[in-house]
Design a protein around this ligand. Structure first.
Ligand SMILES: *Cc1c(COP(=O)(O)O)cnc(C)c1O
Length: 393
């Protein structure tokens, strides 16, 4: 197949894309229109937690597509009920609202916190978020994000998102006033450069928010669904948040996200929240397959082991080549480069012949790795050896 140069111009330009058309995926491997294969450590941006086209997801989609696709979000359907029950049975939360993207789940969390503030806290509405945080691309979630430049890009912002510094409890304390209703953070800042919130900080935040009667909201769109080696990232620090959002991995590649909350916080009244596709059985059937796969004996143990293997390999590479070390949790990790050649490394890795490598640089001085959670040991070794050859050039 030739690259469709003219037809591809009909897609709205949002970023320079390489002139490749990906046509097939299998596990940790992607294939382009020329038949070249790529070892994929991006996985649709940490989305394909079971790899490309896993049999569990194909089977769930095929079975559901002939049964029922969209009855309406105002009716119950069996996969949505089953997935909600699986999520509440395996977390500290009591209720689930399904949505279609991480940003939409976070919008729901923001609305729920504001509603709770109106009902129980004299109309308090401010949600303290963090510099370099990332919560999505809707207007409110862009305002909640701490990405440099996003405050003016589509001005005016949605008000009410003062920014603190991650891992600095005093910076949070300093922002609390009568109008504060919640603190919202990613347990590991993903787009910000794979920066974990420390266990001490998470516990300090939980104590501080309890003391001031504030909600603690965790955005686990990237860290949830096994990415850190536990089912949810908050479980790494033994805190119980009031609200959590999930996205990316929960759909294993299809658009599905979720807002979870403790019973005491669930205060939506009839008509306050909704959405045409929310909780549709085609997507929630996939969610059920994903969560069951992760809960199978040995699955998360293997994710933890692969995370340790990746960490050791990156540290060895860093020591050998004089780089800045590595960081992360589970299978969300970053190699810190000594300079800003991240984007050049990403491009050279993709262009390697005969087999390409897909990695990503959320910041110019680091490379991020978010492989499938069931990535094989030999695939990690192959990735490390390809990266080593590349960085030595
Ligand atoms: C990707 C991401 C989002 C946004 O999810 P979309 O599905 O792209 O809307 C929100 N929060 C975090 C932490 C993310 O990594």
């Amino acid at each position: 197949m030739e690259f469709p140069k003219t037809d591809s111009q009909s897609l709205m330009w949002i970023i320079n894309r390489p002139e490749l058309v990906f046509t097939r995926g299998e596990g940790s491997w992607l294939f382009d229109h020329t038949g070249k294969r790529y070892l994929d450590f991006i996985q649709g941006w940490a989305v394909n937690c079971l790899g490309h086209c896993p049999p569990e997801i194909s089977a769930a989609l095929k079975a559901q597509v002939d049964q029922l696709i969209s009855p309406s979000p105002a009716f119950y359907n069996a996969p949505a009920i089953e997935l909600a029950a699986l999520l509440t049975a395996n977390s500290c939360f009591d209720r689930v609202f399904f949505a279609n993207s991480g940003a939409e789940a976070n919008e729901g969390a923001i609305k729920l916190a504001r509603k709770w503030g109106r009902k129980h806290k004299n109309g308090a509405y401010k949600i303290i978020t963090f510099d370099h945080g990332f919560h999505g691309r809707t207007l409110a979630t862009m305002s909640a994000s701490g990405k440099p430049g996003w405050d003016t890009m589509y001005a005016p912002q949605v008000p009410g998102f003062p920014k603190a510094e991650l891992n600095d409890l005093d910076s949070v304390k300093a922002l609390i006033d009568n109008e504060t209703v919640a603190v919202m953070l990613e347990p590991v800042q993903g787009e910000g450069g794979v920066i974990p919130a420390t266990r001490e900080f998470m516990q300090g935040l939980r104590a501080l928010t309890r003391e001031h009667n504030l909600l603690l909201i965790v955005d686990e769109v990237q860290t949830g669904i096994g990415r850190t080696g536990k089912l949810f990232g908050y479980q790494q620090s033994d805190v119980e948040p009031d609200i959590m959002t999930l996205g990316k991995g929960i759909g294993g590649g299809v658009p599905l996200s979720a807002l979870l909350a403790k019973e005491a916080v669930c205060c939506f009244e009839a008509g306050d929240q909704g959405g045409t596709y929310n909780g549709n059985p085609l997507m929630t059937a996939v969610g059920v397959a994903v969560v069951k796969a992760l809960l199978a004996p040995g699955f998360l143990e293997n994710t933890v082991a692969r995370g340790e293997q990746l960490s050791r390999g990156l540290l060895a590479l860093s020591a050998e080549l004089g780089l800045g070390g590595e960081r992360g949790v589970g299978l969300l990790r970053a190699l810190i480069l000594a300079d800003d050649r991240g984007p050049a490394v990403v491009e050279a890795a993709r262009n390697l012949e005969p087999v390409g490598l897909l990695i990503n640089a959320p910041r110019p001085n680091l490379i991020r790795f978010m492989p499938a959670l069931n990535v094989k040991a030999e695939e990690i070794e192959q990735m490390l050896s390809m990266l080593r050859d590349l960085l030595k050039r």
